[in-house]
Write a protein that binds this ligand. Structure first.
Ligand SMILES: Cc1cc2nc3c(=O)[nH]c(=O)nc-3n(C[C@H](O)[C@H](O)[C@H](O)COP(=O)(O)O)c2cc1C
Length: 306
């Protein structure tokens, strides 16, 4: 049975995953945080927390609010910054079997280019995931992901600065995600990831104020799965590069839906807050499904429902 997937077929280095189950950025720290609960080396890939040029403290508390079948977060890209990431985290990743992809976020196109250049050639870093979709920061983030021209410019800047495989992560907070996806693919993205969180809010009626310190946040979890699935279905039919599906995946059933919609791989995020073993459960249940159905190669399932 072959579960391996090549996520960057057009890139010289390539990005070969031994299976299609990846972590979603911001829900798995830098990989070590979950090492006591799961054998992280069995994962397809780890995508680390969004990384910026300088360290960031993030948004005011509270930063999390549960909603029916969902989670609102407004972390605000709290992270150690790229220099500490290279020194303290990448040095650790070098010895790992599992590829680590660094999720990057900037406030300007130049920031994205500088981050990509800094990470190029750093041992332990196997790829970049470009976050043009964060709804929780004042400048940068999502504003690049809601305009096809800006999203394409960020993609070109990153591609120019780095030979690493580049996955561009899109926001669902747009009128036409297909338009953005096509622009980014045309600009040279090796793969696309969709979706990031949907913008939303909650109100604490006892306190008579918004539940999140930042007022609005990003909605994730099962509540967004049908939206994410539809977007993956739409985009996978229009671009030639691999698509990574993300949004509300809680089980292998969910993951298989994304794969059959056209995703070559999946990222699992919020599910881990409910079940720290969610990633391995998804992986093992995909294997069981393939055995049961006589599927020899996961590629047979990619786009099977199209
Ligand atoms: C607490 C939290 C932090 C997140 N931080 C990031 C981030 O730094 N960069 C990013 O691209 N996405 C970030 N995301 C979005 C997730 O990677 C993912 O796209 C989204 O949560 C949908 O997937 P899920 O429903 O499986 O969680 C974050 C999500 C959560 C819940």
């Amino acid at each position: 049975m072959n579960l391996a997937v090549q996520l960057a077929p057009n890139n010289q280095r390539g990005l070969l995953l031994k299976n299609s189950v990846m972590t979603a950025s911001g829900t798995f720290g830098y990989g070590t945080e979950y090492a006591d609960f799961v054998d992280i080396q069995r994962l397809g890939a780890i995508v680390c927390k969004g990384t910026t040029l300088e360290p960031r403290e993030g948004n005011p508390q509270p930063r999390l609010a549960e909603t029916p079948s969902g989670l609102l977060n407004s972390i605000g890209l709290q992270n150690v910054g790229v220099e500490a990431l290279i020194k303290e985290k990448a040095s650790m990743w070098v010895g790992w079997q599992v590829p680590v992809i660094v999720n990057i976020a900037g406030e300007s196109i130049d920031d994205y280019g500088r981050l990509a250049a800094r990470l190029d050639g750093v041992a332990g870093v196997s790829g970049l995931e470009v976050n043009v979709s964060c709804p929780n920061v004042k400048s940068g983030g999502m504003e690049f992901g809601t305009d096809p021209k800006a999203a394409a410019s960020v993609t070109r800047a990153v591609k120019k600065a780095s030979s690493l495989p580049v996955i561009v992560k899109l926001t669902p907070n747009v009128t036409s995600i297909v338009e953005i996806a096509e622009a980014v693919a045309e600009a040279g993205a090796d793969a696309l990831c969709l979706i990031n969180t949907l913008r939303g809010m909650a109100i604490d009626v006892s306190a008579r104020k918004p539940s999140l310190g930042n007022i609005c946040g990003g909605l994730s979890g099962p509540a967004i799965k049908p939206v994410a699935l539809h977007m993956v279905y739409q985009v996978a039919g229009r671009v030639k590069v691999p698509v990574v599906g993300c949004g509300g995946i809680m089980s292998a059933q969910d993951a298989l839906e994304f794969i059959m919609a056209g995703a070559s791989a999946v990222e699992v995020g919020t599910a881990q807050f409910v079940n720290p073993r969610a990633l391995l459960d998804v992986l093992e249940e995909i294997e069981e499904f393939m055995l049961r159905e006589g599927v020899k190669d996961i590629s047979e399932l990619v786009g099977a429902a199209r």
